[in-house]
Design a protein around this ligand. Sequence first.
Ligand SMILES: [Zn+2]
Length: 348
Amino acid sequence: MGAIRTVVIDAGHGGKDPGCHGASAHEKNVCLSMSLMLGKMIEEKFPHIKVVYTRKTDVFVELDERAKIANRNNADLFICIHANAASATAYGTETYVLGLHRTESQQKVAERENSTIHFEDDGGEKYKDFDMSPDAIIARQIQLSVYLDQSISFADKLQEEFKRIGRFDRGVKQAGFLVLYKTTMPSVLIETGFLTNPTEEKFLSSAETQRLMAESMFTAFRKYKNELEGVEENVQGPIVPEKLQNELAKEEIEKTEVGEGDVIFKVQIETSEQKIGLTSSRFKGYSVAEYTQDGLYKYTVGSFVNNFAKANEMKNEVRSNGFEHAFVVAFQNGERINLQKAIKLAEN
Ligand SMILES: [Zn+2]
């Protein structure tokens, strides 16, 4: 197997394209920090490997230029680093390879990342001949099939390392990313977490935790490199400081203060006779809570104090993400109460 000589690191967005954002953090900045950290780690440990950055500063780079940089440099690996956006309760990391999305939420991620072309001078005109139909994406995936196994292998290792430092693993996924479409080498796009989730925004914004993410990527890179080059080596990932372990353990949104008599609306997505782990993949990365009623385990997402409209909005979102039978439930003083009564109470 070939050795890795050149790695291209692609910090998402930049310049006039800020990417997604949280309360204060912008995707373009957190991606750049982690990209520079990862690149430096590779340069220091493996001086013979050429590390090429699609950007090292806050500048705008067109999507097809990013792919061209990778192709021109005959990169052996292309790593795109991004951050995610969804509801305030979505959390965790996911790594994509080029392919056909399986759910609407995966498609949405690709659409959001692809939408950066509207910042380009010709408004995305040059992508007219990028056929992103399902048939074309599958055809492209077959063309690139020699790299697909390697892309997936690296993506698996990334997710493993993120999980090891306590991040929630949303899995390795596929979707039609323009930036991956024309590259001719193993390529992945990492969604490092949700800036729309306050806890994750904080995690992705601090230099200390950005370093932890970069070290995890670096560990995955070393394991991938060893696998490719047939090297046996026991590679250790970063050690998570104790205070961070606690923070990561409660990776969920902070609940609003609840007063006496307040009504809490939640969205029920699952009922089961058996207990289900709260981080089960069945919940597709949603932060869920459990309650029991009539001997059944019931699982909810969201928590809206006296706000039925918001809960209803969330119900529609989770329905479109595969929980077709989701519905709003209401609680008062820890007891489930009739929904119509709850709506009345919340109005007063
Ligand atoms: Zn992005």
